[in-house]
Design a protein around this ligand. Structure first.
Ligand code: DHB
Ligand code: MG
Length: 631
């Protein structure tokens, strides 16, 4: 599978774009005319820059309003085409993209258009060039790839072919089976883009909201599989018009684009019977069995505070590391590590971010396979020396540069705690009441809003996770968007919360922690009231919820007043969906806005988004003395 991307897809000046595209690993680049016009070098210089970076120029585009022009305009249209051909020859590309005519003066008629393309083909052939025709979803007469194909077929010229663009076909829900009967030599190139499903004008949707395959909701995989079924194995080229990407960081977005194509190729290879696409072979998406541990980095003082909170939640210190200053706390199936090393990655992470949950370990079927897949998809491996006899756990860098360790039961990795740690009997003067916490319910990561798609693609391409619809979390100071990623059995749930401004609690966290990371950890219980009682006995500091909340909840859900009283007495938040009920208790914040949550799910599927505004207001009230701006 040869990969390409249109310059319009990323931000920056042309040289910067080309460098980022090459660095991301693409084989080719589409030169968008405006990027070329805005650049002050000659076409030959652009061509040289691309080739020096190892990039083939896959096409020059767009050439607009060509076919079906009335006689009075026709000659000028061909003159315009000859000017584009001059530029193409200087650039060093042989393909031009002609998009279907939108001009009000253009005339319909398949044969008229075919005749125009025949003539353009003749002119192109004289210069050794080729012409590709693409149906824009909003083309005046031609807005369906089946009609564009009919025109190309009737033009019947070796230098005239079809260009397919997933957005135009899928946005109009055109049957993709119609692609399977197109001869592969007549498909000159394939453009790919995904998009979130939003009901709006096609042109506006296309020009502002496209995103990378896998980041949106269109069936781009099925579309690509239909193309692969023709035997086509040429370039797949991203053409992403997206306001956020145009203003975003050039290299990371180019890297996301490359990841999206590799991921797409892998999915298509798994669907395909005839294996025409040559794609890198990698293990399948990794099925996550759960969160094996979460690790905090802290200095001695913060660690004392943190472990005190852990104890009030009923955790017991069970082991200490043989050679490092790391303690293991356990309860139910939850393992938390507290790392106070003064050297190494944890310590660097502490120096930059303060006390934070900088690493998590996921239990997978085969850690080496998962690592191989992650690396094939461009993830960054993390390696740190370990002492003799200790387990070296494979790891990759994740959100905010934090770590994702990979653990399995097939190797000694699953026994890392027994191998690397020594059991301890903790002497406590105050006995800790177990709080019945069972497992990590979800890991909530706060990221900048414009990183959300990056991490969505990261997680869903490596792990077998699916996204749930985006929800808005209303912070008194602004909106935070929240997207959950879950696996089918609910063993792994990650929420990505995207903050746009620093006055929101999430935005404050990113600003003060110097970057994205885990902002809260939620543990599950099967009996929220029993847990609440244990926490109270242990002296856990529950976040106080406004009494006004409970009157509303009682009325909204028609709750029994006794239940409302119990919820209020323990500061438990309540929600309900079509599946069941949800109960939430929050801790107060720790450091720059980190907190814990305890939940009981009675078949409930969400995350209590309607309660977030009350929880955030309460957290801010509690934090205000430390300087969160009043809203
Ligand atoms: O929005 C446009 O005009 C436009 C131009 C060229 C393309 O290839 C395309 O898909 C859209
Ligand atoms: Mg296109």
């Amino acid at each position: 599978m040869k990969t390409s991307i249109a310059t319009v897809s990323i931000s920056g000046e042309l040289p910067e774009k080309l460098e980022a595209i090459a660095a991301a690993g693409f084989n080719g680049v589409e030169i968008f005319e405006n990027d070329f016009l805005a650049f002050d070098g000659s076409p030959a210089e652009v061509g040289r820059m691309a080739r020096d970076l190892g990039l083939e120029i896959t096409l020059f585009q767009p050439f607009r309003d060509f076919e079906g022009m009335p006689e009075s305009h026709r000659q000028r249209t061909f003159d315009r085409a000859e000017r584009k051909f001059d530029i193409m020859q200087e650039l060093g590309t042989d393909l031009v993209l002609v998009c279907s005519n939108v001009s009000p003066v253009s005339l319909g008629g398949i044969d008229r258009a075919a005749a125009d393309f025949y003539e353009l083909g003749e002119r192109a052939a004289k210069r050794g060039l080729r012409v590709g025709y693409e149906a824009l979803a909003w083309g005046r007469h031609i807005n369906d790839h089946r009609d564009a194909w009919e025109i190309v077929r009737r033009a019947d010229h070796p230098s005239v072919g079809l260009i397919l663009d997933s957005f135009h076909s899928l946005s109009r829900k055109i049957d993709i089976n119609s692609i399977r009967s197109i001869p592969k030599e007549k498909i000159f190139i394939v453009q790919l883009a995904d998009a979130p499903l939003i009901d709006m004008d096609l042109l506006y949707w296309s020009r502002h909201f496209r995103n990378m395959p896998g980041e949106g909701d269109l069936p781009v995989t099925a579309f690509t599989a239909a193309i692969a079924d023709t035997g086509y194995d040429g370039y797949f080229s991203l053409e992403i018009f997206n306001d956020q990407f145009r203003g975003g960081a050039t290299r990371p977005i180019a890297a996301d684009g490359h990841r999206s194509l590799i991921y797409l190729g892998d999915q298509v290879r798994r669907l395909q019977r005839n294996q025409t696409l040559t794609t890198p072979v990698m293990p399948e998406r990794s099925d996550v069995e759960g969160v094996a541990f979460v690790e905090f980095s802290a200095d001695a003082r913060d660690a004392a505070n943190l472990t005190q909170i852990l104890k009030t939640m009923g955790f017991r210190k069970t082991r200490v590391h043989r050679s490092k200053q790391v303690s293991l706390y356990e309860q139910g199936g939850i393992r938390l590590l507290v790392n106070t090393e003064e050297e190494g990655f944890a310590s660097t992470s502490f120096a930059v971010h303060g006390t934070s949950a900088y690493a998590m370990a996921l239990s997978v079927k085969n850690a080496q396979d998962t690592l191989q897949r992650a690396l094939a998809l461009g993830a960054e491996q993390f390696v740190q020396p370990v002492s003799a006899g200790e387990v070296s756990i494979p790891a990759i860098r994740g959100v905010g540069g934090g770590l994702i360790y990979l653990i399995d039961g097939q190797s000694e990795l699953g026994r890392f705690a027994e191998i690397d740690f020594i059991a301890v009997e903790e002497e406590t003067n105050v006995p800790v009441t177990p709080a019945n916490l069972l497992k990590v319910d979800h890991v909530a990561q706060t990221v900048a809003y414009d990183e959300m798609l990056t991490w969505l693609l990261f997680y869903t391409s490596i792990f077998d996770l699916h996204k749930t619809p985006m929800v808005d979390i209303i912070d008194p100071a602004g909106v935070v968007r929240s997207q959950a990623l879950e696996n089918a059995n609910g063993n792994l749930r990650i929420t990505l919360n995207g903050a746009e401004n620093r006055r929101t609690l999430a935005g404050h966290f990113i600003a003060e922690k110097f970057g994205s990371g885990v902002q809260h950890l939620a543990f599950s219980t099967s009996d929220i009231f029993q847990t609440a009682a244990a926490l109270r006995q242990n002296g856990f500091e529950t976040l106080s919820i406004s009494p006004n909340y409970y009157g509303d909840v009682e009325a909204r859900f028609g709750l029994d007043p006794d239940l409302t009283e119990r919820l209020k007495a323990e500061n438990i938040l309540y929600d309900r969906d079509e599946h069941g009920e949800y109960f939430q208790i929050y801790s107060r914040t720790f450091g720059e806005g980190f907190f814990f949550e305890i939940v009981e799910r009675r078949n409930y599927c969400g995350y209590g988004a309607p309660n977030a505004i009350f929880r955030i207001a309460a957290l801010k009230r509690q934090m205000r003395p430390e300087g969160v701006p009043r809203t």
